[in-house]
Design a protein around this ligand. Structure first.
Ligand SMILES: [Zn+2]
Ligand SMILES: [Zn+2]
Length: 281
């Protein structure tokens, strides 16, 4: 079985399965994708995501605020914690730093200072709740690592999602208890540097994701993405590492449930088998 460790189920494209989340999940299950983590980009998303999770036992959710989200008021630590607890989030995020657009359209993105303070609060909330963090980082390597080192707990850890940086940053994050999640970008023709990460990050620290509806993998590139296509990401990693896709599926699934401990309250017999094999139940 596969896990899509990062998808925006409340934002799937209307052209994907007629805009039906249930149909998109059913298609994914048909490809052996059996667990989904639906990711919030603002606290306003959380009730909607919780509604989806209530209808689908294999969907878990996060609560958090994306670094590029424009807000009228920044949530304080208690507000973040309250949203996560009230809606049974298994992680805080996605949160982090994205400086990519600051040089292009600075008026349309939160400043570095706002992003750093927002990220810091979410790291503190996660540590206090003992929840892992889902981190989005782009063009902000040093600040991301510094804040993680200062405010996150390596025993709880987190994930650098949709990872696009180099092996050195991956290793630094792994040293601090983090996992590395690869998306469809790893299948892109010009992503050789990322395939090096796919080959060399320890297998017990890798996760796979779609980041649906964004970033569809080859051969679907350019279309709106959907959770079923996490299989293409796993296939690419298997080919790069010279191991079977079953092994990638097994390991990334075990890694997922080890990191997101609260994501498995109603596991199926099949999931239980995978967890048992990994010594997790
Ligand atoms: Zn992201
Ligand atoms: Zn995302």
């Amino acid at each position: 079985m596969f896990v899509d460790s990062h998808c925006h189920l409340d934002r799937l494209d209307p052209a994907t399965h007629g805009g039906s989340v249930a149909a998109a999940l059913e298609a994914a299950r048909g490809c052996d994708v059996r667990q989904f983590l639906a990711i919030a980009v603002s606290l306003d998303d959380v009730p909607t995501l919780a509604g989806i999770a209530r209808e689908h036992a294999d969907v878990a959710i996060s609560a958090g605020v994306h670094p590029l989200q424009l807000l009228e008021r920044e949530p304080d630590i208690d507000t973040i914690k309250e949203a996560a607890e009230r809606f049974d989030a298994v992680a805080i995020g996605e949160c982090g730093l994205d400086y990519h657009y600051l040089g292009k359209t600075p008026e349309r993105v939160p400043s570095r200072e706002v992003q750093r303070e927002r990220f810091r609060r979410q790291l503190v909330a996660a540590t206090e709740l003992e929840l892992p963090v889902i981190v989005h980082t782009r063009d902000a390597r040093e600040d991301t690592l510094a804040l993680i080192r200062e405010h996150s707990d390596p025993a709880i850890g987190g994930v650098l999602h949709c990872f696009t940086e180099d092996l050195e940053m991956a290793r630094e994050a792994v040293r601090h208890g983090f996992h590395i999640s690869l998306s469809g970008i790893v299948t892109f023709r010009n992503a050789e540097r990322l395939r090096e990460v796919a080959r060399r990050v320890p297998l017990d620290r890798l996760l796979i994701e779609t980041d649906s509806p964004y970033l569809a993998p080859v051969p679907h590139r350019g279309k709106p993405n959907e959770p079923a296509w996490v299989v293409e990401v796993a296939e690419c990693i298997a080919a790069e590492r010279g191991i079977s896709i079953e092994e990638v599926a097994m390991q990334t699934t075990a890694n997922f449930f080890r990191l997101f401990r609260r994501a498995a309250p109603e596991v199926s017999a099949e999931t239980r088998e995978v967890l048992a094999h990994a010594g997790l139940v």
